[in-house]
Design a protein around this ligand. Structure first.
Ligand SMILES: [Mg+2]
Length: 331
C-alpha cells in the first residue's frame, strides 16, 4: 500500500491494522464478530475503566501516533494499577475526523502493539468511524483482581499517611514545554525528560502488590494532586495536610522550584501525572515503602489525612500556601 494512501474501508482498518493485535485472545474471535467473550478466572473480579483521549485536549493532532497509542492505553492502565488490578484486555473505539492515512494507522497500530505488550493486555474488540470533530480514541480496559480486593478511593481515615508514587508536576511541565519554544529554551537540559512524561506516562503497575498489602484507599493522579486528593478526601469524609517541601520532584521540577517554588506548585496542581495517590495506616509506612521498592516504584509520604475536611498545603513553618494555579507567567 502506498505510504500516503488513505484507508477508506472500516473492514480494512480492522483486518489490516487491528486484527493482529487481537491474535492471542480466542474470545476476540479475530475481530470478525459483533462482540468478544471474556471469561473471568475463578475467584476473580473484573475491573473496568473507560477513559477516552481527544485531539486538542489530551494530545496534539501532530503528536507521533506511536505516542498517542501509548497514552490511550496508559491512561486507562494507570487507573487499574491504582486499584491494584492486573490489566488483561481492552476495546478500542476510533473516531476519525477524515479517512485516515496508511502511514498514520501503521505507526499507531505498532504503538498499540508496544503498549499492550508493556502493560500485559490484548485488544479484544471495538469500532471505527468517521465523524466531524477531533480524532477521538476511546479505550475500555478490563483488569482482574481477587474477588472483593479492589482498592477504593473512599476509605482513607484521619491519621493515615498520604503517599504518592514517582515525582509530580512533570507532565504539566512537559505540556508547557510542548506549547512554548521560549519556555523550552529555559529548560533545554531537562526538556526531553519532561516531554517524555507528558507524551508517554508510565502506569505504576509495579505498585500493585504494595497497594494490596498496605494501602487503605488508592486512586491515580490524572487530574492533578490537588483535585484528586480533594476527591479522595471528599468521598472518604476526611481532609489532608500536605507538606509542600515533601512533594517529590524530578531534576527538571527541582530546577523549576529553584527558579520559583510557587511555579513548581502550580505544575503539581496541573494534570496528567498518572502517579498513584494512596492512604496508608501510619504503622505500615515502612512496610509499604519497602514493598513499593520491591516493585521498583519510589513512593513518598507527603502528609497526613485529618478529620477536618479541608485539603491544606503547608510551608516549612506550617503556614498555609495557595496551590498557585495563577502562576503560569513563563508562558
Ligand atoms: Mg484516574
Amino acid at each position: 500500500m502506498d505510504i500516503d494512501s488513505r484507508v477508506s474501508r472500516e473492514e480494512d482498518i480492522i483486518q489490516i491494522y487491528l486484527r493482529p493485535l487481537a491474535a492471542r485472545w480466542p474470545g476476540a474471535l479475530e475481530l470478525r464478530d459483533d462482540c468478544a467473550v471474556i471469561t473471568p478466572a475463578p475467584g476473580q473480579d473484573i475491573i473496568v475503566k473507560t477513559d477516552p483521549i481527544r485531539a486538542g485536549i489530551h494530545f496534539f493532532t501532530n503528536d507521533n501516533p506511536d505516542d498517542i497509542a501509548w497514552k490511550a492505553l496508559a491512561t486507562n492502565v494507570s487507573d487499574l494499577a491504582a486499584k491494584a488490578a492486573r490489566p488483561f484486555a481492552y476495546t478500542l473505539a476510533l473516531s476519525f475526523p477524515r479517512i485516515p492515512k496508511h502511514d498514520w494507522l501503521s505507526v499507531f497500530a505498532k504503538g498499540l502493539e508496544k503498549a499492550q505488550s508493556a502493560f500485559g493486555c490484548i485488544l479484544v474488540g471495538g469500532d471505527t468511524d468517521i465523524e466531524c470533530g477531533p480524532l477521538n480514541i476511546s479505550v475500555t480496559m478490563f483488569g482482574e483482581i481477587a474477588k472483593g480486593q479492589m482498592l477504593k478511593r473512599g476509605r482513607a481515615k484521619p491519621g493515615d499517611s498520604v503517599f504518592v508514587s514517582g515525582t509530580l508536576g512533570d507532565s504539566s511541565l512537559g505540556l508547557h514545554l510542548r506549547k512554548s519554544n521560549n519556555f523550552r529554551n529555559m529548560f533545554s537540559n531537562y526538556a526531553d525528560a519532561a516531554l517524555e512524561r507528558y507524551l508517554r506516562p508510565v502506569p505504576r503497575l509495579g505498585l500493585r502488590s504494595a497497594l494490596r498489602g498496605y494501602a487503605r484507599a488508592s486512586m491515580d493522579i490524572s487530574d492533578g494532586l490537588l483535585k484528586d486528593l480533594q476527591r479522595m478526601c471528599s468521598v472518604s469524609g476526611v481532609g489532608a495536610s500536605i507538606n509542600a517541601r515533601e512533594l517529590p520532584l524530578s531534576t527538571a521540577m527541582q530546577h523549576v522550584a529553584k527558579l520559583d517554588f510557587r511555579q513548581a506548585i502550580s505544575f503539581i496542581a496541573g494534570s496528567d501525572d498518572y502517579e498513584i495517590l494512596c492512604a496508608v495506616p501510619p504503622e505500615d509506612d515502612k512496610n509499604f515503602i519497602a514493598a513499593a521498592h520491591a516493585g521498583c516504584v519510589a513512593v513518598t509520604k507527603i502528609g497526613e489525612f485529618s478529620s477536618d475536611p479541608v485539603v491544606r498545603l503547608l510551608d516549612d513553618s506550617g503556614a498555609h500556601m495557595n496551590w498557585g494555579m495563577d502562576n503560569l507567567y513563563f508562558l
